[in-house]
Ligand binder design. Structure first.
Ligand SMILES: *[C@@H]1O[C@H](CO)[C@@H](O)[C@H](O)[C@H]1NC(C)=O
Ligand SMILES: *[C@@H]1O[C@H](CO)[C@@H](O)[C@H](O)[C@H]1NC(C)=O
Length: 296
């Protein structure tokens, strides 16, 4: 999964971050990110799809494997999905998606260029009720077309998207199908996945703390690792006061669905007179974790 995610992260992502943001309590999201490129390479297939349940990767599909491959722990949940059927569905979606990319490039008379097309769609449940849905596309990092459930219909955001709209609305039933997918099928799938995976999404993994110091440098780093969910409060305390974070590391998914974060502090001489602690507050902990820079 590491390389796949880094490839996605390296692309322009106007549609939002590759790793979906955390959902509020009692809220669950099923989302799909599609990426198509006109000039694939050995490490970048022409088409990639990633499905997430909340912020956790559910499965990957790409034009090389042509298989929907679930990640742990989903791969071990017997019956959560028919992966053969899911692969066929993704193959069908891949052809429509890549055809649309070709249509856009034809419109701009640039069949040889290097272009990116992305789609993001999904739905949310709050207390088991459908509470949101979205379906949008971007071409070369710019909004391209978006589904509006009120109209209902596709709203073009790019001159070339008028053609796409015409194609995707050629029959009235297409629009009804898209609306039904977002409002009925997607929430129903999400409900089914939750029967298997709710406990995993609701889990509380406590962070472990470590404090590191690079020899020869006057900064110390406090690390919180292997925690879930993503929200965490990590800070230095000096002489009883919270020190404003100077540099804070990104929340990095560790590859097994947990997160990693750090905050650094420059230890100037005046600071060494006081005791410096690192403190971590997280929903999995009854008491905050505290740790002392060992140098002191
Ligand atoms: C959630 O809603 C669906 C359909 O509205 C219903 O069939 C199901 O029993 C509900 N599940 C729970 C856990 O309330
Ligand atoms: C996740 O991965 C990290 C590092 O790869 C490991 O230390 C940690 O124990 C793993 N956590 C779980 C819950 O598997």
């Amino acid at each position: 999964m590491g390389t796949m995610v880094s490839v996605l992260l390296s692309l322009l992502l106007l549609l939002g971050p590759a790793v979906p943001q955390q959902t509020q309590a009692g809220s669950y999201r099923l989302s799909f990110l599609y990426t198509g490129v006109s000039r694939p390479t050995d490490s970048l297939p022409s088409f990639q799809a990633t499905a997430h349940l909340n912020d956790q990767v559910f499965f990957h599909y790409d034009s090389k494997s042509r298989k929907a491959i679930p990640l742990d722990p989903w791969s071990q949940m017997e019956g959560i999905e028919d992966w053969e059927k899911e692969s066929e569905l993704q193959q069908a979606r891949e052809s429509i998606f890549m055809e649309t990319l070709q249509d856009i490039m034809d419109y701009y008379k640039d069949r040889e260029g290097s272009h990116t097309f992305q789609g993001r769609f999904g739905c949310e449940l709050l207390n088991n009720k459908s509470s949101g849905a979205f379906w949008k596309y971007a071409y070369d990092g710019q909004n391209f077309i978006e589904f509006n459930r009120e109209i209902p219909g596709w709203v073009p955001q790019d001159p070339a998207a008028l053609n796409t709209k015409r194609k995707w609305e050629a029959e009235e039933v297409y629009v009804q199908r898209a609306k039904a997918y977002l409002e009925e099928e997607c929430p129903a799938m999400l409900r089914r996945y939750l029967q298997y995976g709710k406990a995993f999404l609701d889990r509380q993994d406590p962070p472990s703390m470590s404090i590191t110091r690079t020899p020869g440098e006057d900064t110390i780093k406090c690390w919180a690792s292997d925690f879930y969910p993503q929200d965490i409060d990590l800070h230095w305390i000096q002489g009883g006061n919270t020190v404003e974070a100077e540099v804070r590391g990104d929340l990095l998914p560790s590859g097994n669905g947990t997160y990693l974060s750090w905050v650094s502090l420059t230890v100037s001489p005046w600071r060494t007179r006081n005791t410096v602690f690192c403190r971590i507050v997280h929903s999995s902990l009854d008491q905050p974790l505290t740790g002392l820079d060992k140098r002191q």
